[in-house]
Design a protein around this ligand. Structure first.
Ligand code: ATP
Length: 215
């Protein structure tokens, strides 16, 4: 199984990395692909350039077996839609189960993603949650069509995920660290330290390239 972890990574931090590592282990993935997006469709554009965000991801993940930094969205013009990314991964890996990692907030708004139903034909969804998530009760906040779509797909057994290339939804608990890239950018702008929030090599890169000084 291959994990697909997309984001702006502006910059990558320990919240992303810890979560990606735990999933690599708990799902027994052959690899976790960290995929920086070129142009996020639903949010403000990143501050660091694509190449800077890629360089930070490479610094952060170097030496970690199983982590793969994947630049395919950076090389594709236009908005970075996940359905296009998964289509391209599926061409490369015709039979491997693909596990798209998403948080619970993203899941509740999943029916606003571009061609969302096709995503379920291309990959499994692995929904990461933290203490406080109330399962069915919280899922009740999703739109009716999404709730129905989910109800036929929920599984609790990893073996079911392994046995099909796509189409299932698994909830997986991970240690989530309350770190955000927005907070790191704001601290950097105001001259405060970001040490211990992200890998030291990334902190040094931000300092020497002077990114996020003017948010
Ligand atoms: P920003 O503050 O700029 O919105 P971010 O820190 O949320 O950025 P993204 O690059 O947007 O980082 O996130 C990429 C993916 O990582 C998303 O799926 C997001 O839900 C997840 N993620 C972000 N922060 C954490 C965290 N602290 N723990 C676990 N997952 C996270």
């Amino acid at each position: 199984m291959i994990g697909v972890f997309g984001g702006t990574f502006d910059p990558v931090h320990f919240g992303h990395l810890r979560c990606a590592l735990e999933l690599l282990e708990s799902l027994a993935l052959v690899e976790m692909r960290l995929i920086p997006c070129r142009q996020p469709p639903h949010r403000p554009q990143p501050q660091a350039t694509a190449e800077q965000r890629l360089a930070m991801l490479e610094l952060a993940t170097s030496g970690q077996p199983g982590f793969v930094v994947d630049r395919r969205e950076l090389d594709r013009p236009g908005p970075s839609y996940m359905v296009d990314t998964l289509t391209s991964l599926r061409e490369e890996f015709p039979r491997s189960p693909l596990c798209l990692i998403i948080g619970t907030d993203a899941l509740l708004a999943f029916d606003r993603w571009h061609r969302w139903q096709e995503i379920g034909e291309l990959a499994h969804l692995v929904v990461i949650y933290r203490p406080g998530w109330r399962g069915q009760e919280d899922l009740g906040r999703a739109g009716r069509e999404l709730q129905q779509w989910l109800s036929g797909r929920l599984v609790t057994d990893l073996a079911v995920l392994r046995s099909a290339p796509a189409g299932k939804v698994l909830f997986q608990s991970v240690t989530q660290l309350a770190i955000s890239a927005t907070d790191i950018r704001m601290r950097t702008k105001s001259g405060r330290s970001v040490r211990y929030l992200l890998p030291e090599a990334v902190r040094e890169y931000i300092e020497s390239s002077q990114i996020y000084r003017s948010v």
